[in-house]
Design a protein around this ligand. Structure first.
Ligand code: SAM
Length: 305
């Protein structure tokens, strides 16, 4: 269970899709002053060095942030995400890649809250240490503290189980990212059941699920299952950088499934996804897909059309 280390994959094409969409979801929430809670059920280590340790093993960032770094023609929404990465790399050389907690922390406001869950005993230590360093750095610059106080809480409990205890959030506004490793089949089942429970408690939240697109049945079925979660609307976006490898190995495609997405997101994706395919695509099977819809079941009277 503890074999997964996100550092091996940091900054790859799947991270680019996930974090670019995450930034868009947060920017949308920032349009209103009212505070919100950002929940990261599977936080990882928060920040990754690309020039040492795990990330150098397969250099997966070369499929994602690598080719985008230094591009001067990024669509504006992708540039917002890139600006975060640039902030982490003030020397101008791509050395550090922020995971979802750091992407979020950079754009959440003083009044917003981060609730981060990470089960891996080593990853949570690194995550806490990374935030401690960020905190010290910000204090040096006279900026707001991050970990101190109630703004950020990092917990070593199970993210799927803990989510319900945070819903509904005090301000009745929340964004939840669910990003498990999917190394065990049960993660697919738990994503769906965590969401079913979450929307019962807090129907108007925005929920984003990252998922790998693989040959295994659980992976192929996940988006269809998520289309049944009771919400107002859903959006499913996927990015394939190539067709599947003949040996079936490697991750070439992934998706973000969003419940109750901002209405602006489709237009933004239509601008950015063709660019990502053009820059990151490896063969003629590189593509993106965007689907939207309303839940297939229509059981919840709150959401009757
Ligand atoms: N969200 C991170 C990002 O985008 O930077 C990456 C997270 S990584 C894909 C998944 C993480 O979830 C791993 O660090 C793993 O140790 C952790 N994990 C696995 N099962 C968990 C669970 N049930 N609750 C909380 N964390 C879990």
């Amino acid at each position: 269970m503890f074999s997964y280390r996100h550092g091996f994959h940091a900054g790859n094409h799947a991270d680019v899709l996930k974090h670019f969409v995450l930034v868009q979801l947060i920017q949308y929430l920032n349009q209103k002053d009212t505070a919100y809670t950002y929940v990261d059920t599977h936080a990882g280590a928060g920040l990754y060095a690309l020039d040492s340790g795990y990330a150098t093993k397969n250099a997966e960032f070369e499929t994602g942030i690598g080719p985008l770094w230094g591009k001067t023609d990024l669509p504006p929404a992708l540039a917002e995400y890139m600006n975060l990465i640039k902030e982490m790399n003030p020397s101008g050389k791509l050395r550090y890649y922020p995971g979802s907690p750091f992407c979020a922390e950079k754009i959440l406001r003083e009044q917003d809250r981060l609730r981060l869950f990470e089960l891996h005993p080593s990853e949570i230590k690194v995550l806490s240490e990374n935030f401690r360093k960020l905190d010290a750095h910000q204090a040096e610059q006279g900026k707001r503290p991050t970990v101190r106080g109630k703004r950020i809480i990092i917990s070593d409990t199970d993210g799927f189980d803990s989510l319900k205890s945070l819903l509904p959030p005090p301000s009745r506004r929340a964004l939840v990212l669910i990003d498990p490793p999917y190394e065990v089949k049960d993660d697919y089942r738990r994503v769906k059941s965590a969401l079913d429970e979450a929307v019962k408690r807090f129907p108007s939240g925005t929920y984003a699920v990252w998922y790998p697109i693989l040959q295994r049945m659980e992976s192929r079925e996940l988006p269809e299952k998520l289309k049944r979660v009771e919400c107002k609307e859903w959006l499913n976006v996927s990015l394939s950088i190539s067709g599947p490898a003949p040996d079936g190995f490697g991750l070439h495609s992934s998706g973000m499934f969003i419940l109750n997405p901002p209405w602006t997101l489709v237009a933004t994706l239509k601008e950015v996804m063709p660019y990502l395919v053009a820059v990151l695509g490896k063969d003629k099977q590189a593509k993106f897909e965007i689907q939207t819809g309303t839940p297939l079941t229509g059981q919840n009277p709150r959401f009757k059309k």
